[in-house]
Design a protein around this ligand. Structure first.
Ligand SMILES: Nc1ncnc2c1ncn2[C@@H]1O[C@@H]2COP(=O)(O)O[C@H]2[C@H]1O
Length: 255
């Protein structure tokens, strides 16, 4: 499996891009602004999109992507998410007001986009033997994380989440865990905002990582612009045990 980070920032500006990862050139995990850096040919090659949650920084490029490549493809793009997240996307984005409902365009029988609901813990098998599994997350809207499992190793992506005791037993049961990409949106002085917006700050991250009982390379995502350096410095102090590194755009994971 090859995962390329297309965006991993909690905001925009300059070279910053919001959350998206490209898996083997064919699958997106989230569709934040980083998707807009792909060529039209690369966009047209995307067959499946797995969404963590419906917030704009994770789905902003989804409507534009479907419209751009729909007529260039011979099969629908399949958008995978929990039923709760799909309901939000249908009601608030693909509602013919914000954007046309491409699950009915150009026809209900042969649309540009299909929705596919999954349950948490459900396994989506990939060609070549890998699999994607939805993991528990806790955010202000229905949310999941994902395990990307090549068979040889797993990359776990927390998605947007706050403190979540349900996440760690699942992660600790992943015997081939190699990478953990976990969010830390805010610095410690913003702990009230982190709690209100159901994110993590470094002190909360440290508590969360104390529940990780497996070796893993830990990468930090979703840092909010303006507090990136401070947040990473605080993580270095509060959570040094796991030596977390900052995830960077265009980073590639082969596993
Ligand atoms: N009270 C609040 N609840 C939720 N989000 C908030 C609040 N105040 C500010 N925000 C911001 O709104 C953003 C929505 O996307 P995020 O969850 O990435 O991060 C959130 C915060 O940066």
């Amino acid at each position: 499996m090859r995962v390329k980070i297309l965006g991993c920032s909690g905001g925009i500006g300059g070279t910053l891009r919001t959350t998206s990862m490209l898996l083997d050139g064919k699958i997106l995990i989230d569709a934040g602004t980083g998707v807009g850096d792909l060529s039209v040919a690369e966009l047209a090659a995307i067959d499946h999109i797995f969404i963590t949650h419906a917030h704009l920084d994770h789905v902003a490029m989804l409507p534009l992507l479907v419209d751009t490549v729909g007529a260039l493809r011979t099969s629908p793009i399949v958008v995978h998410a929990s039923q709760a997240t799909l309901d939000i996307l249908k009601a608030h984005i693909f509602n013919w007001l914000i954007w046309p409902d491409f699950s009915e365009i150009p026809s209900v029988q042969a649309p540009f986009m299909q929705f596919a609901a999954f349950e948490e813990g459900e396994v989506f098998p990939l060609d070549g033997g890998g699999r994607i599994v939805a993991l528990p997350a806790l955010h202000t809207v229905p949310a999941v994380g994902y395990q990307l499992d090549s068979g040889a190793a797993s990359l776990v992506f927390s998605g947007d989440t706050t403190v979540n005791d349900a996440f760690w037993p699942v992660v600790n049961a992943i015997t081939n865990l190699r990478y953990l990409i976990i969010e830390t949106a805010f610095c410690n002085r913003e702990i009230k905002l982190a709690e209100a917006s159901k994110h993590l700050c470094p002190s909360m991250l440290a508590d969360e990582l104390s529940k990780l009982h497996r070796p893993a390379e830990v990468f930090i995502t979703h840092l909010k612009p303006g507090e990136i350096e401070l947040t990473m410095q605080e993580i270095g102090q509060d959570a040094s045990q796991h030596s977390p590194q900052m995830l960077y755009n265009s980073q590639i994971f082969d596993f």
